[in-house]
Ligand binder design. Structure first.
Ligand code: FAD
Ligand code: SF4
Ligand code: SF4
Length: 392
């Protein structure tokens, strides 16, 4: 990797700037003028339709899902890395581009080219931080590879799809949703607020039941309700502006998206096109599938979030409620709050509102080019509509 990340105000170091052609950032970057309709057409054969596709992007099918035998070390049950391992086993691809843990810091993502299906086990689990994954395309080219798979988060996949036609490669994409990423350094500060021995925490997840789950090296586990998290102790810029203004939560340009938001405790699959469907079919009965559920009503929760975000004026949206009310709300949230697909819609709406509010405040000149039409449509019920100078 030859180059430094570009000195752009909005950049998640996806790797393009470190590649042999750093100028490609201008054509590839999600943070300049993303064109989702064009790329959805190119990747899936059509742009997203109305209804749930407005929220989640084009799809053929959605499932609640889990591995019949969950994989040790996986973030959830290991569907993501198992799909990729199967592609290598069946010689559908020659290599998988993904991240493993840095040798000196398990939370720091390190990009790798994996060619042995057994090595996919090393990629299991979530790291927090940015990894220049796409710089590895230079290595793929140098090794004369022709068929690859990429596991990536939405800002990486947007850049990959923008450049795909120039690559001369067959590319399969397994995407994960992503929200609220931050630098690995910031994440260590968060862990230090959660436990006096933060280096013993081996796993963290923001679950769909409004709790954070922690696991420790000695096998202990615990969960903390979202409302009890020490958010007020974090600096207001804890989440970088990139992630607060990101316009693709669900990885709409992946062939298959593997997350958990709509899974009600299981995983959540969005099969977007024929390539994604073939990847899933190749797993046979190793993956257990069922219909995703949808319960509760999201509007009140999203309205409250939007009001808090506006009030925080760029800081972190803290809930205004007395301490004694927090345990009661924490008890009620997973029981009466939005669940399943309704929870996923709520999170997508919150992210759309955040994007608009943060960009308006911090970089108003970028609203016009950076906010796609579907994001305006998602935010419309919350009185967030484009002003004259914000329309494309
Ligand atoms: C920062 C971040 C935020 C996320 N937020 C959400 C969310 O809000 N809602 C949701 O449904 N899902 C989210 N996900 C995805 C979720 O955490 C799981 O990764 C996903 O459900 C797959 O689980 P699995 O057991 O199939 O993954 P595994 O089989 O364990 O594989 C995980 C894969 O993710 C890759 N990965 C891990 N960390 C990173 C990273 N920092 N950058 C790029 N790739 C990485 C690994 O290399 C591996 O290939 C997020 C992921 C990340 C990295
Ligand atoms: S394309 Fe990637 S490396 Fe280039 S500016 Fe955008 S996020 Fe940064
Ligand atoms: S939230 Fe968006 S910008 Fe931030 S790392 Fe995730 S996909 Fe990239």
């Amino acid at each position: 990797m030859k180059h430094d990340p570009p000195a752009r105000a909005l950049c998640t170091d996806c790797g393009v700037s470190r590649s042999a052609d750093p100028g490609a950032c201008g054509r590839a970057c999600q943070f300049i003028k993303p064109d989702y309709p064009r790329l959805e057409e190119a990747v899936h054969g059509r742009a997203r339709a109305d209804g749930d596709e407005t929220f989640f992007g084009p799809f053929q099918a959605m499932y609640r899902a889990r591995m019949a035998r969950p994989k040790v070390g996986a973030q959830w049950t290991g569907i993501t890395t198992s799909l990729a391992a199967r592609l290598l086993e069946d010689n559908v691809v020659e290599a998988v581009l993904t991240v493993v843990s840095d040798a000196g810091d398990r939370w720091k993502p390190k990009p790798v080219v994996i060619t042995d299906p057994m090595d996919m086990a090393k990629a299991r689990g979530m790291r927090m931080g940015y990894a220049p994954l796409l710089a590895l395309l230079d290595e793929v080219r140098a090794r004369n590879m022709e068929r690859i798979a990429v596991i990536g988060i939405p800002c990486q996949i947007y850049a990959l799809r923008s450049l795909e036609a120039e690559l001369g490669l067959e590319v399969l994409v397994i995407g994960t949703p992503c929200s609220d990423n931050t630098t690995t350094e910031n994440f260590h500060k968060f862990l230090a607020l959660l436990d006096k021995d933060p280096h013993t925490i081996s796993y963290l997840e923001f679950r769909a039941d409004y709790r954070v789950e922690l696991r420790y090296d000695d096998g202990r586990t615990c969960t903390i309700p979202f409302l009890s998290l020490p958010i007020s102790d974090l600096p207001s810029d804890f989440f970088p502006l990139t992630c607060r203004t990101c316009v693709d939560y669900t990885n709409a340009l992946a062939d298959i998206t593997v997350g958990y938001m709509g899974g009600e405790g299981d995983q959540w699959l969005i099969v977007r096109n024929g390539r994604g469907a073939r990847m899933l079919a190749a797993m046979g009965d190793e993956i257990i599938l069922s219909e995703p559920g949808s319960k509760g009503k999201r509007m009140g929760a999203v309205k409250g979030f939007v009001a808090n975000t506006e009030r925080a004026a760029g800081g972190l949206p803290l809930r205004r409620m007395p301490d004694w009310v927090r345990p009661i709300v924490s008890f009620l949230q997973p029981r009466i709050g939005p669940r399943g697909l309704e929870f996923a819609r709520a999170r997508v709406e919150m992210k759309a509102a955040e994007t608009i509010l943060h960009l308006r405040r911090a970089m108003p000149a970028k609203v016009k080019n950076m906010v796609p039409d579907h994001v305006w449509k998602i935010a419309e019920p919350y009185d967030l509509t484009p002003k004259d100078d914000e329309r494309r």
